[in-house]
Design a protein around this ligand. Structure first.
Ligand SMILES: [Zn+2]
Length: 257
């Protein structure tokens, strides 16, 4: 091997060694810069926020994100005078705070929460996990307190919820929602309606007239082929879409045995 060839070879080896060293250094730097995802949105359970799969993993995984627990103090305070009013029928001990994640059509993971009767809370948490695993779209799952417990407003916003201490609309009887025993899902697209004897129709929310026509196709529509319908009815709930004197397509009500 002549001198020039040897020099060229040495230079090449040197270049390779330098490039490799830089790569190693770079990868070390990257590792050093890796920051664990901020899990505070899940630690503080900030419903309405979105999270990434990495954040869920850092928080402890999906199993930690679907649960029914005793109502935390902060949540209980938010409910006072809104969804919760002093009454002889239902108290804090009868209710549970259900935590769940849900997908929307935007392919993002949303943080959701719901107050349910302790009789159904575990079942509801399991159903929401099944809906999450199937990427079933639920747009919003906030406590109705966000809307000052105004049912019309939360339905216009397509909110999904359960407990609210109130009477059945247009009646003096307590709603199943007042006992936390009925769950409403994607409420704008699955409205309530009742045909009056004078031929007019009462619709809730009032902005949902076009979604009363169930022959049409539109997002979030619950029908007999819908996964939400299948899971709730299999778990022992009755669907308001099957009622005959009125229709309540958003409504799944626990049937006492
Ligand atoms: Zn309902």
């Amino acid at each position: 091997m002549d001198m020039i060839r040897t020099k060229q070879l040495t230079a090449s080896i040197l270049a390779i060694v330098i490039i490799c060293s830089l790569c190693v250094l770079q990868s070390c730097n990257n590792q050093g810069n890796t920051v664990a995802p901020d899990t505070s949105v899940l630690t503080n359970w900030q419903a309405g926020q979105t999270v990434t799969a990495e954040t869920v993993e850092a928080f402890g995984g999906l199993d930690k994100c679907f649960a029914a627990e005793y109502i935390p103090d902060g949540v209980w305070e938010r409910m006072q005078g809104k969804t919760y009013k002093d009454n002889p029928y239902i108290g804090r001990d009868d209710l549970r705070h259900v935590r769940a994640l849900h997908w929307d059509y935007d392919e993002k993971i949303h943080v959701g929460e719901m107050i349910c009767n302790k009789k159904i809370a575990d079942k509801v948490a399991v159903i929401f996990r099944q809906l999450y695993d199937a990427k079933y779209p639920i747009q919003r799952m906030l406590l109705p307190d966000v809307y000052d417990a105004d049912d019309e407003m939360q339905m216009r916003d397509n909110n999904s919820s359960c407990f609210c201490y109130r009477n059945i609309s247009g009646s003096a009887n307590l709603s199943k929602h007042a006992l936390g025993l009925a769950v409403d899902i994607n409420t704008l697209y699955n409205p309530y309606y009742k045909d009056r004897t004078d031929g007019t129709r009462y619709i809730q929310p009032s902005t949902a007239e076009e979604y009363c026509d169930r022959t049409k196709e539109f997002p979030y529509k619950i029908d007999h082929d819908d996964l939400c319908f299948l899971l709730f009815t299999e778990a022992g709930f009755e669907w308001g879409g099957d009622w005959t004197t009125c229709k309540d397509f958003q409504h799944f009500e626990w049937i006492e045995n």
